[in-house]
Every structure is written in structure tokens, then in C-alpha cells.
Ligand binder design. Sequence first.
Ligand code: ZN
Length: 162
Amino acid sequence: METIESGKVVELAYTLKSDSGEVLDQADQKDPFAYIHGADQIVPGLESALDGCKVGDKKKVKVSPKDGYGEVREDLKVSVKRTQFPENVKLKPGMQFESQDADGNGIIFTVEAIEGDQVKIDGNHPMAGQTLHFEVEVLNIREATEEEMNHGHVHGPGGHHH
Ligand code: ZN
């Protein structure tokens, strides 16, 4: 029987809850979530917990911020000048846009507040600092195709369509 290991495409049904029990995200059997194991597509704490699992396995996995979306970093909360944004964009709190950090890694920033000609932005993941409570069920495991490995994502159900 197939087990989950690097290079396998895994289909999951899951529910993700916060510490307070709020449902943050989910996927069910009809619309499963698919990812390539070992390709950093899911949080490290969940990926390592799924290592070696088989189809039909159900698991509750508690993931600390360190193994999830990271601790909240104060240095990612910054103020920038309004003029750094295109003039035709009407800025509102909650808006997200992509930028790069000093190392050229893509970061999603969220607009927190607009104060005069200053815009407060936050580059932390919305789930940073949170303990994540996953309930997962393994629905399917298969070999990733060469094309999927090259693209770095899953094709077909639960993945990309193109
Ligand atoms: Zn593709």
C-alpha cells in the first residue's frame, strides 16, 4: 500500500481550526486539497505529521507557530509613504499586495491603516503566531507526474487546471 513520502501527490480532506475553535479553512471529500509532499507546499508541522501515512488514515495534528506560519515578526510591520503605491489605487485596510523582502523573496503585505501620507502595512502571514489545529483524512496518494514536479504543483482535481 502506498505511503506518503516525498514526490507523492496527496489528496486530503481537512479542517483547520484556531485555538479558539474557529474554522479557518477546510476541504472536503467532494473538493479535496491536493499537494506534492516534500515540496514545501503545506506548513512544515503538518507535512512531517503526514509522512508515512496511508489512504484512509485520519489524524489530529497540532502545529505550533514555529512549524506553521511563523511567529509574528514586528520588523514586518512598517510604515511606508502613500506615494509608493500607484496613485489610481484606492487604498483600504485589508488590501493585500505582493512585494519582495531584502533577499528577493515574495511577501504578501496587508494594508493595516492609512494615516495621512503614511500607510501602515504588515508582511506577516495572516495566520502567523497562531497554533493550528488540523483534522486531516488522507483520501488518495499517487506518484507525481514529471510535469507536476517541473511545475511544482498538482494538476487535475484539487490542483491547477491549465
Ligand atoms: Zn502546471
